[in-house]
Design a protein around this ligand. Structure first.
Ligand code: G3P
Length: 218
């Protein structure tokens, strides 16, 4: 399973990239706004800091402008995945960009049928938003299960399931059990995956006992 970081904060990205466990980054217009930075500058820095796909989202809603924006964003670096919304214009843009060899991440997916459309449009990634479904008392993880099952049924669907709007470590465990390819996660949730109180307690005990031996490995 791949882990992407869902942020436009270059500090957070560099810190996690240092662990060697980061496979990519996703941004969206809200995250760019939160960073307070110019989209081209910040996305270029992110593309430099990570080897994997970096999603940068278009802001237009009509096909022609969306395509022009997508082409411009794709010019930032080779590892850009252009993010388009799950609308007819978005999927039309997805098809054209995918055919030209650009990775496309189709975002704002809330149903299995939308995910089928994205796969047919040649998306590299489909982004179902689990947290936002949970927020309205729907079952976000059930959508992931449905999409994984459907994509498995068709050899010609090459789209990766990118679980988005992740709110907790349990979303990641569940997504991994279902075979989702990627989870894009806020930094706080990703760091929390390392933690277990028994790991901390066990390490304390080992270090205390090791001190008693008076030995040194180096
Ligand atoms: O980038 C898309 C997604 O992960 C958004 O998450 O927390 O704003 O619902 P959230």
């Amino acid at each position: 399973m791949k882990f992407f970081l869902d942020t436009a904060d270059i500090g957070e990205i560099r810190e996690l990239a240092d662990t060697g466990l980061l496979d990519g980054v996703t941004t969206n217009p809200s995250l760019i706004a939160k960073s307070g930075r110019n989209i081209f500058e910040v996305v270029a820095e992110i593309c430099d800091a990570v080897d994997g796909p970096v999603s940068a989202e278009v802001a237009a809603t009509d096909f022609e402008t969306m395509l022009a924006e997508g082409q411009k964003l794709a010019g930032i670096a080779d590892n850009i995945a252009v993010k388009v919304p799950l609308t007819p214009a978005g999927l039309k843009t997805c098809r054209v960009l995918s055919q030209a060899g650009t990775m496309v991440n189709v975002t704002l997916c809330f149903s299995a049928n939308q995910a089928i459309l994205a796969a047919k449009a040649g998306a590299s990634f489909i982004s179902p938003f689990v947290g936002r479904l949970d927020d309205i008392a729907a079952d976000g993880m059930n959508l992931i299960a449905e999409i994984c099952e459907i994509y498995e049924n068709y050899d010609d669907f090459d789209t990766e399931v990118l679980v988005a709007s992740v709110r907790s470590p349990m979303h990641i465990t569940e997504a991994a059990k279902m075979g989702a390819h990627v989870a894009t996660v806020p930094a706080s949730v990703l760091w929390s995956l390392f933690k277990h109180p028994l790991t901390d307690k066990g390490l304390d005990a080992f270090l205390t006992d090791w001190k008693k031996t008076g030995q040194s490995i180096l």
